[in-house]
Design a protein. Structure first.
Length: 439
């Protein structure tokens, strides 16, 4: 059965499409999951469908039902395919993740990212479970355990009011590094060594702000808490894995036997290529979906942290002003570091412009919910309704759609006469190279 992201001439609604599975399994709406040292577990029906692609056959669009199982420790993670495939994915990921529990492994991952011949100018000091434990180094690292717990706990509660599935990363899987004395690296979110959340190995790593930037315990703790919350939202984002076929694996970007098929509101082919191209970066009308999700997380965390920290952040020194501004007001962070300025320009500002155009905080909340649940139906329906109005009211948006139609090899009048609901989403965000069109 061939899978594609197709334009379909069906104005009545979105087809309910899931991971392709064997025909004998299409009537299964719950999956039995067997985990090591546990009894078989029934995975509840989570209000599927979760996947966007249409599955096309000779008879037209054919909906299938899911056979998915979630990892018991990562509720946002699902595996697709036959039972054999799902067990293989689970076992392969678990084996990888057993490695990612030592400072030596994390250090090796940092070393892979530096240019050949360069020396690593940071040191892995431990995971947050150790750092904030009874024998931790909070004083040496200028961190405040109670403040970190208060910020992350209160912010997580406020974000769960938008989307209840958000979970914080287990402290023992969040690794922290410190900048060596004399290094030019600033540390923090914009460190040249920044790794963030690694979904294959299920850990996250960040670098503390360098003492050359600030020695203020509150600001160092605040910046670390922001990074931890940012990575926790990425870990909480829905993702599904599938097995890579042998031919596709030969062409893949990574030599892995599995690939992340869905992440939040975006999808990838087996070779790792995203269905949302860089060419879709045309704010405020459209953005690459991965960039949009990252920017949405940045802005949502900043708003939540700012609400919790109102009036508590001292800003005496010049660097401290910039640190506070970058954490609490990322859309204004243009003078702190070149890296911060670039991220602000390419991610934060574009995301803010996109969200403002399409509905502000309400649309951002809908977007976050779709990212966490993997269910795009409400988001696509709302976007399509707004896009139909924008097409008729905003000449700039209509011109953008005409350009996208031409990129897809469609006539200009397609924009006016053949765009029921779903097609507006596809035309705005998806690449013409990776899905079929019904003209």
């Amino acid at each position: 059965m061939e899978e594609s992201f197709g334009f379909v001439g069906n104005p009545s609604g979105i087809q309910e499409i899931f991971c392709p599975i064997e025909s004998s399994q299409r009537n299964v709406s719950k999956a039995v999951m067997t985990t090591p040292d546990s009894n078989p577990k029934m995975v509840p029906d989570r209000g599927m469908p979760v996947l966007l692609p249409e599955t096309l056959s000779e008879g037209g669009v054919s909906p299938t039902l899911p056979l998915l199982e979630s990892h018991p420790a990562i509720p946002s993670e699902y595996y697709c395919g036959s039972r054999e495939d799902r067990e293989f994915i689970r076992d392969w990921l678990n084996a990888r993740r057993q490695l990612a529990v030592t400072p030596e492994y994390i250090t090796a991952q940092y070393e892979k990212r530096i240019p050949p011949g360069s020396e690593l100018d940071i040191v892995v000091v431990g995971n947050l479970g150790d750092i904030f434990g009874p024998d931790g180094r909070t004083e040496d690292l200028k961190l405040n355990r109670e403040l970190f717990a208060a910020i992350t706990g209160s912010v997580a509660r406020s974000l769960r009011e938008i989307t209840p599935s958000i979970e914080l990363i287990p402290l023992e899987r969040y690794w922290v590094a410190a900048v060596n004395e004399g290094s030019s690296d600033s540390g923090g979110f914009h460190s040249k060594h920044g790794m963030g959340y690694q979904y294959i190995d299920d850990y996250a790593a960040s670098v503390l702000l360098a003492d050359s930037i600030t020695e203020d315990t509150l600001l160092k703790t605040l910046e670390l808490a922001r990074n931890y919350l940012h990575d926790s939202l990425h870990r909480s984002t829905f993702r599904s894995f599938k097995v890579v076929g042998p031919e596709e694996r030969a062409e893949a970007q990574e030599d892995w036997p599995v690939f992340r098929h869905q992440y939040g509101i975006n999808f990838r082919r087996e070779d790792g290529i995203s269905y949302s191209p860089a060419a879709s970066n045309q704010p405020p009308y459209s953005l690459n979906l991965n960039l949009l999700m990252d920017g949405t997380v940045v802005l949502a965390v900043a708003d939540a942290v700012r609400n919790q920290m109102a009036g508590r952040v001292r800003q005496d020194a010049r660097n401290e002003v910039h640190v506070a501004r970058e954490v609490l007001f990322p859309e204004l962070a243009q003078q702190f570091l070149p890296e911060a300025e670039k991220f602000q320009r390419e991610v934060t500002a574009k995301t803010a412009a996109f969200l403002q155009y399409w509905g502000g905080d309400d649309f951002r909340g809908l977007l976050l919910s779709a990212m966490m649940s993997g269910d795009l139906r409400g988001l696509i329906a709302t976007f399509s309704e707004k896009a139909e109005r924008r097409r008729d009211e905003d000449p700039g948006f209509k011109e953008f759609l005409v350009g996208r139609a031409e990129a897809h090899g469609l006539p200009a009048d397609f924009v006016s006469s053949h765009l029921p609901g779903r097609n507006l989403w596809n035309l705005t965000f998806l690449s013409p190279d990776y899905h079929q069109l019904t003209k």
